[in-house]
Ligand binder design. Structure first.
Ligand code: PHB
Length: 396
């Protein structure tokens, strides 16, 4: 059996695992990543593309933001629309200059992978982790299959950044956590199209036909979504039907939707999930392995990167000062932001989706909320600070 050793063994080369590896290297801590998919797969997996200020700052501090700074689209406001009535929330102004950047998650993954490998980092693609053992000892082990051979990664700590279906959470002993799940009764049909965005900033829209979102990836690529049924299939929608529906739902007087060739279509389910303990012994969970938020508000990737920050703080204190305080409180620290994001993502989801009959009590509450956002700077400020992401100090 092939044996490898490192300080932090990382399962999963998504944004969490890759950011963790790059950041640990900067702190002088060794790491090895095991990824069960291929490089092509992880670099082309289409996900949301909204980076909070904190996330951009972290990537910049790691020296991995050159392309992001050049190609990412920095936004200082967001449009919210209800039945065709559209307002702009200037979140930059309302949060003393904090902003968001639109840059596809797969681009972040490409930049992080290049940085890790260019710096000589070890990353095993198509390496299937099948068992994590001895998490209560000082020497946990990750068993994995690579090129037909059983191998083992021996480490001081295991960071499971292996997503919702990964081995990490399954390794947490029964009874070591409680889980919370909400499955929403609708999904998103998302498209990428070769056409300039119809609006410089994002538009989140409620319409009696359902939710719609207009986003972008670059000056010439648009990213758009519409609410659809949970059992819907992309084959049920022609390109024209998608554009027609977007036009109806996003429409407002004097605004025109630009149409273009669609080159990617996919359906995203909407769910909230999280567990209330992200650590057992020397096994730590980060990112989707521990929590899923519905994509309304684009918090998923940003939460994963925030988890990583707390892990790096903990590992650094451990290796530099033999101090375990931060590692011991990892779950507690990370969960404060996770709860905040669950609440905000649920708020955005509930406000903009059609989940109650148009005209019902539930609908009137949605409408009353939107009306209040229009009238109250305090409410717009609340939305803004959640949307751009609260600074780390706010949770101390
Ligand atoms: C995206 O651009 O993919 C995106 C943006 C904002 C969201 C969700 C997705 O809330």
């Amino acid at each position: 059996m092939k044996k490898i050793k490192t300080q932090v063994g990382i399962v999963g080369a998504g944004p969490a695992g890759l950011t963790l590896a790059n950041w640990l290297r900067k702190q002088g801590i060794s790491a090895v990543i095991l990824e069960n998919r291929s490089r092509v797969y992880i670099e082309s997996r289409v996900r949301a593309g909204l980076l909070e200020q904190n996330t951009v700052d972290i990537l910049e501090n790691l020296g991995i933001a050159d392309r992001l700074k050049k190609e990412g689209l920095r936004h200082e406001g967001v449009n919210l629309s209800f039945n065709g009535d559209r307002i702009r929330v200037p979140f930059g102004e309302l949060t003393q200059g904090r902003n968001i950047t639109i840059y596809g998650q797969q681009e972040v993954v490409k930049d992080l992978t290049n940085a890790w490998l260019d710096g000589g980092g070890e990353l095993y693609f198509e390496a299937t982790a099948n068992k994590i053992e001895d998490i209560e000892s000082d020497n946990p082990k990750i068993y994995f299959e690579y090129e037909g051979e059983q191998s083992v990664l021996e480490c001081d700590f295991v960071a499971a950044c292996d997503g919702f279906h990964g081995l990490g959470r399954k390794t947490m002993p029964e009874g070591s956590y409680n889980e919370f799940t909400v499955t929403y009764p609708f999904s998103w049909l998302g498209i990428l199209a070769n056409v300039a965005p119809s609006s410089e900033e994002l538009i989140y829209a409620y319409h009696e036909n359902g939710f719609a979102l207009s986003s972008s990836r670059s000056e010439s690529v648009s990213r758009l979504y519409i609410q659809c049924e949970n059992d819907d299939k992309v084959e049920n929608w022609t390109d024209d039907q998608i554009w027609d529906e977007l036009e109806i739902r996003l429409g407002t007087p004097g605004w025109e939707l630009k149409r273009g060739p669609i080159f990617e279509k996919g359906i995203t389910p909407m769910r909230s999930y999280f567990i209330d303990n992200m650590q057992k012994g020397r096994l730590f969970l980060a990112g989707d392995a521990a929590h899923i938020v519905p994509p309304t508000g684009g918090k998923g990737l940003n939460l994963a990167i925030a988890d990583v920050k707390h892990l790096v703080d903990g590992f650094t204190a451990f290796y530099k000062d033999a101090n375990t305080t931060e590692l011991d409180s990892y779950s507690e620290t990370a969960l404060k932001r996770i709860w905040r994001a669950q609440d905000f993502s649920n708020f955005m989801t509930t406000l903009f989706h059609k989940h109650e009959e148009h005209g019902s009590f539930g609908y009137q509450l949605q409408k009353a909320k939107f009306d209040y956002i229009k009238r109250s700077k305090a409410y717009r400020t609340t939305i803004s600070e959640n949307y751009v992401g609260m600074p780390f100090e706010a949770f101390e």
